[in-house]
Design a protein around this ligand. Structure first.
Ligand code: MLT
Length: 270
């Protein structure tokens, strides 16, 4: 600060002067999966959508990843950007595992959580074995061998059959994943903690969004979380599979806008 400015308080307007929504992407995607949210939610919130390590334009860091490391990467980014807290944290699928870890580590920074197409439980033994097989497949045949196998299961069957543009878009986003990102994230998901016991202690409002036709994580997982979290609302998106934000963006965004209004109106009243 220059010495002439000691008593001077400057007011200013900043288009970023809105509550913040952190969007954490799923596996093996990138921030590009949030395109309809980056476009439509911008009038309501400051949207920050990082590429997790190994994905999109972020560094393809080697070594062991964990949900703790990935949550801390997000916390460091928001700290670096000087984002006012608390903010809303939204994660889809793997992003949901990271969002729960973020809450576990930094509850004071979280005004509300949005858990999309995700679950609270850890991997079963069979699930852990599949993570190892997928990591080996990626090492042997390349990262796209894993994403190509996942592609049909990401959508409601009708969308996979009829929306070629959307399927190509998601395939393109997954095609940018690095081998380090795919292997590292598989190990982070494999070793993630079971968050089920934490659900009853979540003190902020939670919106749970799940595609009615999710083939990777059954809707019963979302129903279970909604029952266990004290202040939770469940929105089941009809006509969507594992990517409700892309398959039915209007339903997804409307649910988020309603939730943001509730959270920030309640904060204004307090
Ligand atoms: C994701 O969509 O992020 C992953 O499919 C989640 C998982 O494999 O558990």
């Amino acid at each position: 600060m220059s010495e002439n400015n000691e008593d001077f308080v400057m007011a200013f307007q900043d288009s970023c002067d809105k509550p913040t929504l952190l969007l954490i992407h799923g596996f093996p995607l990138s921030s590009q999966m949030w395109m309809p949210q980056l476009e439509d939610l911008e009038p309501f919130v400051r949207v920050i959508a990082p590429d997790l390590r190994g994905f999109g334009h972020s560094d393809s860091a080697s070594g062991a990843y964990s949900v703790t490391l990935l949550a801390d990467d997000c916390a460091d980014l928001l700290g670096h950007l000087n984002v006012a807290t608390p903010f809303i944290v939204c994660g889809l699928s793997m992003g949901g595992y990271i969002a729960l870890e973020f809450y576990r580590r930094y509850p004071e920074h979280v005004a509300g959580l949005i858990l999309a197409a995700t679950r609270a439980g850890a991997d079963s033994d069979a699930g852990k074995l599949n993570r190892d097989k997928a990591a080996q497949l990626a090492k042997d045949e390349g990262a796209t061998a894993v994403s190509d196998g996942m592609l049909p299961k990401l959508f409601a069957p009708k969308n996979y059959e009829s929306d070629q543009e959307l399927v190509d878009y998601v395939k393109g986003v997954m095609g940018t994943a690095s081998l380090n990102g795919v292997v590292g994230s598989l190990m982070a998901m494999k070793d993630r903690p079971d968050s089920t016991a934490m659900l009853a202690d979540i003190e902020v409002p939670v919106l749970i969004i799940h595609g009615a036709e999710d083939q990777l994580i059954p809707v019963a997982e979302a129903e279970g979380m909604a029952k266990a979290i004290p202040n939770a609302e469940l929105v089941v998106v009809q006509g969507a599979g594992h990517l409700p934000n892309l398959e039915e963006p209007d339903q997804f965004n409307d649910a988020i806008i309603d939730f943001l209004e509730q959270v920030f109106e309640a904060a204004d009243e307090n």
